[in-house]
Design a protein. Structure first.
Length: 562
């Protein structure tokens, strides 16, 4: 089902927007924004927010801005800015000419801060960060006023100006809102508005500023400047909403967006904390932000996920205010459904065992025509070379077969997919007793058919040894073996739950010759093996690298049940 075919979802956010439109609020406009901080790559949780914000704007014929809330240059850089834009575009969304940075508004934000000082609603404080935390109190005890809370307006304006001019060291002074240190909401206990940051070069403003506004102050005012009508964010910002409204009410900004919170995405067998994802990268648990085991959008893309499957996942899980944990199987089912419908089939032998067909002329070869998809004639056919030497998978031969084994056995027959029926006549072993080659005969009357009275139950995949492309295949699996690695309640660090089999690399595989023309990022079903993607980033020497996107079936279901 395409996005255009899908009925527009109903949820509490859309119901609120419907009420606002019916009441004539916001002059009938709907304006949303996706406001990431450029301090890491986007992950699957961000995808939910992207689909929500851009989807709402699209369905209500409104607008959605892409705005970077870039107020912490210590952790931000251009790489993250570029990756975020790439991810949003890959998901299928366009912000047109509405690309903004919170740093675009630094001068306006400074002016608003001065306005709060003049209103007696902000003051410069000399307490250290540790002292501010101590003075703030707890959920059970009120905070206490800073000794600098009653400075005069003129003194505060002078100190704030000197902060901007670089007169003070990092941490020596901050600007704080003057609200209520006894408020039951800790966020309202004189929150910090500005802090001093020397020695950093901002990716947008360079070295122009040495003071930087805090997120809570910046975010709401940026929304107001841009004329956002509905500020959609996750539930951890619910307690920040009174502060969001306080800033806008006190400053009487030209617009007052409505903040609405929804539950964030918690996905089994992974973590989505930026801090923990950064730790995985920095400490070498993964190859980088785009490692196919990572829950980042870049990682999903490199693994072979399609934007359609990610959007489908976001639609399936819906938008609610209830915290819940989504099974990884839901995401995997979305990509399986997509690729089962749209991925062309190819044959690949991951654990090769050589077969010599003794009844087929060694100087002869032929080209077989095989369908690219068993249910879609419109996807056409491809040519597969066939000769007297082929590779089959080692698991498709058993010298002492178990019961109900339907593949190749000594003196037994099996059909090669799209080709002949072969019979195993001889087994070649090395000095250690390992099977290294099979000698088989073929029935020339069985090409693509079973003659009358002939029953061959087993069908296996293969590749032609003389024309096959040698490849490296990376079998990616879930990064964590525990479904909730950062909340396992066993006293272990989340990294202790990393799945030791999350990546198995097979360096000597063979894929059919048609895959020699595959394009980076192209996805295929390797018959009987799973769905794979030609890695758009890496090659192993001269060999292509194929990443497993997902297995053909949910192999974890039985494991977790047991």
């Amino acid at each position: 089902m395409t996005d255009s075919e899908r009925a527009k979802p109903s949820n509490f956010i859309r119901q609120q927007i419907d009420k606002d439109l019916a009441a004539g609020k916001n002059q009938g406009k709907v304006a949303t924004r996706f406001p990431p901080e450029p301090n890491g790559y986007l992950h699957i949780g961000h995808a939910k927010s992207i689909v929500l914000n851009f989807g709402v704007a699209e369905d209500y014929h409104g607008t959605c801005n892409l705005r970077f809330d870039d107020t912490n240059p210590h952790k931000e850089n251009v790489e993250f800015v570029q990756s975020i834009q790439k991810d949003v575009r890959w998901l299928g969304y366009d912000w047109a000419d509405r690309l903004y940075f919170a740093s675009d508004y630094f001068e306006q934000l400074y002016g608003y801060a001065v306005q709060l000082i003049e209103m007696g609603k902000a003051y410069v404080c000399d307490l250290t960060a540790e002292q501010i935390r101590e003075y703030r109190g707890t959920l059970k005890t009120p905070g206490k006023n800073s000794p600098h809370r009653d400075r005069s307006v003129e003194e505060n304006k002078d100190l704030f100006r000197r902060m901007r001019e670089g007169e003070f060291k990092d941490g020596e002074k901050v600007l704080r809102a003057r609200i209520d240190m006894a408020s039951p909401n800790i966020n309202m206990r004189d929150p910090t508005l500005y802090r001093i940051r020397h020695g950093v070069v901002h990716h947008q403003t360079g070295a122009e500023w040495c003071i930087y506004p805090m997120y809570d102050f910046t975010h709401c005012i940026s929304d107001a400047i841009e004329g956002i009508t509905h500020s959609l964010c996750t539930l951890e910002f619910e307690d920040h909403r009174p502060l969001y409204d306080w800033f806008l009410d006190e400053l009487q900004t030209p617009a007052h967006p409505q903040q609405i919170e929804f539950s964030r995405l918690t996905l089994e067998h992974t973590v989505t904390s930026k801090r923990k994802l950064t730790q995985l990268v920095d400490e070498g648990f993964v190859e980088g932000w785009d490692d196919p085991r990572m829950p980042t959008i870049a990682g999903l893309r490199r693994a072979g996920y399609t934007p359609e499957s990610v959007r489908e996942f976001c639609h399936r899980i819906g938008v609610t205010r209830s915290d819940n944990i989504v099974e990884m199987a839901v995401l995997e089912d979305c990509i399986r459904t997509d690729l089962n419908e749209n991925a062309q089939r190819r044959m690949a032998v991951l654990h090769p065992l050589k077969v010599v067909i003794t009844t087929y002329d060694s100087d002869k070869s032929e080209v077989l025509s095989v369908a690219n998809h068993p249910q879609k004639e419109e996807l056409g056919k491809r040519d597969i070379p066939f000769s007297n030497e082929i590779y089959i998978d080692r698991s498709d031969f058993e010298e002492v077969p178990p019961k109900k084994y339907k593949r190749l056995i000594p003196d037994g027959e099996v059909r090669l997919r799209g080709s002949y029926v072969i019979r195993c006549d001889e087994i070649i072993k090395d000095g250690h007793g390992n099977v290294i080659e099979l000698r088989c005969s073929h029935d020339p009357e069985t090409l693509g058919k079973n003659p009358e009275g002939r029953k061959v139950k087993g069908v296996i995949h293969w590749v032609d040894a003389k024309s096959a492309v040698e490849a490296e295949v990376r079998l990616y699996d879930r990064l964590f073996s525990h479904p909730t690695p950062d909340n396992s309640k066993d006293g272990k660090e989340f990294t202790d739950h990393i799945n030791p089999d999350s990546l198995r690399t097979l360096t000597q595989c063979y894929v059919e010759s048609a895959l020699g023309q595959a394009k980076p990022g192209e996805r295929f079903q390797f018959e009987r093996e799973g769905y794979f993607c030609l890695d758009p980033m890496h090659q192993a020497g001269n060999k292509p690298v194929y990443n497993r996107t997902v297995t053909l079936r949910d192999t974890w279901a039985k494991i977790e049940k047991d």
